[in-house]
Design a protein. Structure first.
Length: 196
């Protein structure tokens, strides 16, 4: 069963395949401001090196540490990967608080599903598991989730997870989700629960 886990070197081969899929659809271009895009630009030519990949996963796991993220201007963030066995399916960032930019555009949670794993319910399962984690482990409630106004699939995912539309700011649709209600409905054995 797929689950959210901390970034790990165990899935390096599948992760590299997923990043190649993202690059094939244009991710990583200069105008791609997403975490996937930024990291492709920084690491794509070096991820194949096991030492670099280990350093990369350790860096992602450290993003809840004020000394690491503070100088970069980031907020604390749990970076989680959605995997099934050794197969990397996607990623999710859970930001512990909102700065001005995140309040307007980015929200608490951002996620990506690799192209070959889309349309199978993974995004919905990832978001539901993240809501449970946000409520129980981080104490965030309600949770702000945003998507581009042209991203119909993401809008459906957010609404399926209880998202209540607040407004649109430029190209971003902004939704609030009550994580406590979602976690009560999911219980402790939620599909996609966060693992080690």
């Amino acid at each position: 069963m797929p689950q959210l886990i901390a970034p790990t070197v165990r899935v390096q081969t599948s992760f590299l395949q997923a990043m190649a899929e993202f690059q094939a659809e244009g991710r990583g271009a200069d105008e791609d401001g997403s975490a996937v895009g930024r990291e492709i630009r920084k690491y794509a030519d070096r991820w194949h090196d096991p030492a670099v990949f280990a350093e990369y996963t350790a860096w992602l796991r450290s993003m809840t540490d004020e000394e690491v993220f503070g100088p970069l201007g980031y907020v604390p963030c749990d970076n989680l990967w959605y995997v099934e066995g050794d197969t990397y399916l996607g990623r999710l960032g859970l930001r512990h608080r909102l700065n001005d930019f995140l309040y307007e555009y980015g929200g608490h949670i951002g996620y990506d599903v690799r192209p070959t794993a889309r349309r199978r319910g993974h995004a919905t399962a990832m978001l539901r598991a993240a809501l449970l984690y946000a409520h129980r482990e981080v104490g965030i409630d309600p949770v702000l989730v945003t998507c581009d106004d042209t991203n119909t699939a993401s809008r459906r995912v957010i609404e399926a997870c209880g998202g209540v539309f607040e407004d649109q700011r430029e190209v971003k649709l902004r939704y609030w989700i009550h994580a406590a209600a979602g976690s009560e409905a999911l219980g402790g054995a939620a599909h996609g629960a966060v693992g080690p």
